[in-house]
Structures are given as C-alpha cells and as structure tokens.
Design a protein around this ligand. Structure first.
Ligand SMILES: *Cc1c(COP(=O)(O)O)cnc(C)c1O
Length: 220
C-alpha cells in the first residue's frame, strides 16, 4: 500500500485553503489508520452504518463526513458524531438532521447538494430549489443545523468542456447566493479524476478516494 505517499502527493498539489476529504468507503480500518498515522484527519464515507462502525473503531479526533445519499431514517445513527453532511437534497432531510442533532445538543454542519451533472442518476437540488430552501421561514426554526455551503458531483466523463461547464455553474451560483447568505463558504466539488479542474473553478473541498486508497473492489 502506498497510502502515505499518495496522500503526500495530493497534499503537495492542492492549495492550503482546500480541505482534503479522504474517501474511505469500502476500505478497511487498517487503511484508514495508515492515512491517520500519516496525518490525515478528515474522512468521507457514503454509508451511514459503515461510517458508524469505523467511527467506533478509530481515534476520536477524526472528522467524519457523510458524502453519500442520505436515508432519513438512518440520520439518528450518526447524529452524535458526524461533522459535515454533504449530500443534503431535501427540506425533509434538513428537518430530520435538526431533530436528531437537537437530541445530542449539537449543531450539525450541512451542505446542500446541487444537481450539476446531466446524468439522471445523480441526486441533488436545482439551483432554484436551493434558493427556495434558503429563503424559507421554517428554516429559521432549525437551531441545530448550519448550512455552510454547497456540494456537487460532475458527470462521469473525461470531457473537459463539460466538466468545466458543470463546475463553473456551481461556482457562479455559490458566488451569487453568498451575497445573501455569506455563511455558505464551503464548495465541495472534485474527486480523484477531476479535482485539479474543480479547484481551478472554485472548489475549496475535494473528496478523494481511489487516488489515495487505490481502486475500490466494487462500485459503492
Ligand atoms: C466515492 C465518492 C467520491 C470519491 O471518488 P474517487 O473517484 O474514488 O475519488 C467522492 N464523492 C462522492 C460523493 C463519492 O461517492
């Protein structure tokens, strides 16, 4: 395994203001421990149960990010420790996160997931749906969540023009809504195949799995 070397290579190429989320989904505890020993503290998982068992087994100063599509009925299992939820794509989910966070007397940071890919398979909100959520009166009642930014996943393609268009659209939208909602400072976009481009187009949080841990054995 080359986890330490892979991490270092990535850290050497990304600017200091960009947070590296090491996406450890499907990977064993030993791999995460190796990355941890190399100094990595932020990890991303896409299944709540898998994240909970890794949280239980690993050092408690790890920041766990949930990057996958959320099942509302499982939010309660991670509410005591999750540090950022990237994939929030409905008002109902925000409401559930607020309810569960309240039970633990915490404020859980959330990103709203925007649909920027042309593929139908990707989850996410349209820009106008995001504006509607942010403007809603009911949102003000949610004292136990903080919406700190936006997340997007580009189409799975090597077409640089298309990727550029998709990342730029989210960057432009974030800049626009930040005039009204200055707290939305995080822009989570970019994965192993496209993170340098995403950073050049405004990303300040990248979610990188296979370039750190190697290819996954199954699609997750
Ligand atoms: C798996 C996953 C990643 C990481 O993908 P890699 O191509 O392995 O870097 C990033 N974001 C999300 C939402 C993912 O599910």
């Amino acid at each position: 395994m080359m986890i330490k070397e892979n991490l270092q290579k990535i850290k050497d190429t990304i600017p200091q203001n960009v947070t590296l989320v090491a996406v450890s989904k499907t990977k064993p505890i030993a791999d995460i421990q190796e990355a941890y020993d190399a100094g990595q503290r932020v990890f991303g998982e896409n299944k709540i149960q898998e994240m909970v068992s890794k949280y239980d087994a690993l050092p408690k100063d790890i920041e766990w990010h949930m990057i996958g599509h959320l099942q509302r009925n499982k939010v309660k299992y991670m509410a005591h420790f999750v540090s950022l939820i990237h994939g929030v794509d409905s008002f109902k989910t925000l409401k559930e996160i607020d309810k569960q966070a309240k039970k633990h007397n915490r404020v859980i940071n959330c990103l709203l997931q925007a649909k920027i890919a042309k593929e139908d398979s990707k989850f996410g909100l349209s820009f106008s749906e995001i504006e509607t959520i942010l403007a809603s009166e009911e949102l003000k009642e949610f004292k136990n969540i903080a919406i700190v930014g936006l997340m997007g996943m580009a189409t799975f393609t090597h077409d640089k023009d298309q990727l550029t268009e998709e990342f730029s659209s989210l960057n432009d939208f974030q800049k626009k809504i930040q005039e009204k909602y200055p707290k939305l400072t995080t822009l989570s976009m970019g994965m192993s195949g496209d993170y340098p481009l995403a950073i050049s187009l405004g990303s300040n949080m990248v979610r990188i799995g296979s370039s750190i841990f190697g290819v996954r054995n199954y699609i997750a």
